[in-house]
Ligand binder design. Sequence first.
Ligand code: SF4
Ligand code: MG
Length: 339
Amino acid sequence: NDVLVEVRDLKVHFPIKRGVLFDRTIGHVKAVDGVDLRIPRGQTYGLVGESGCGKSTLGRALLQLTTPTGGEVVFDGVELTTLPPARLRAMRRRMQMIFQDPMSSLDPRQNVESILTEGLQTHGIGGNRDERRAIIGEALDKVGLPRWALSRYPHEFSGGQRQRIGIARAVVLGPELIVADEPVSALDVSIQAQVVNLLDELQESLGLTYLVIAHDLAVVRHISDTVGVMYLGALVEEAPSDRLYTEPLHPYTRALMSAVPVPDPDVEDRRERILLAGDLPSPANPPAGCRFHTRCPWAQPTRCTDERPVLRDIGGSRVACHWAERIASGELRPHNAGA
Ligand code: SF4
Ligand code: MG
């Protein structure tokens, strides 16, 4: 496979400061703490996890919008974290981002033409206004917005249309990679499928590669080739999309799956119900051993509390759990089973 993006042992640790005068660093929030992943060209990688698990930070660090504190990001063979600023700026056109809430990511004082022109000017695309208008017109066609949209302002559009403007702003630059952070979670459910379908069509027609970040597992299921599940700054499982949903192996993935509502209310829901104990621990002070052990219904003394599991290959999935096989076979039962 032709890999467009490769992330190697990526870390983003934010210092925690205290003290008005001395600005002491008293610790670090390990938002992303050693992530490896690869995205083949033309494919979609879905990244899921609870809010605060580091998935948005990972997306921003991948685009160098947040500076990683460790590890590497290789885009089309070029390592970005050590790239001189001028070369990084040139790479930026090829990597674009779509945000969750188009209302806050689009400048309300700019009309659509000016929103879409900005990036073209930054990157020196299109020699004059007519050329730029032609390029912008094509982008509007691609996202299904009429030409009259050019003179209008963001507040004059519906939520779904505003997200189309956000998508147009990304595709107008002719990128290869798009990071979409919660692209539909601010939209009405009835509009979500339309926007997901649009992303799907654009991928097909423009050969785009996507990293789609979502807390909602249902959103990424159908557009992702591969799905990665994050917990406290690390990947706990990664698998081909179909496999992850039909055969989740990590206890955390199982718990997330068991919380997804059944699509058809007439079908009896016979899935296991997994309730997680406690709250998400602080990423400033993650539990030792397996980070999930404080909430895991299968946690075993003392290996789970002492030894951090690494991702290992189990039949085509990558899973970071010491006991994944014995949990899958039913040999180990959850502590709260039958309760
Ligand atoms: Fe649970 Fe232990 Fe597996 Fe971690 S390693 S997920 S605590 S069983
Ligand atoms: Mg987020």
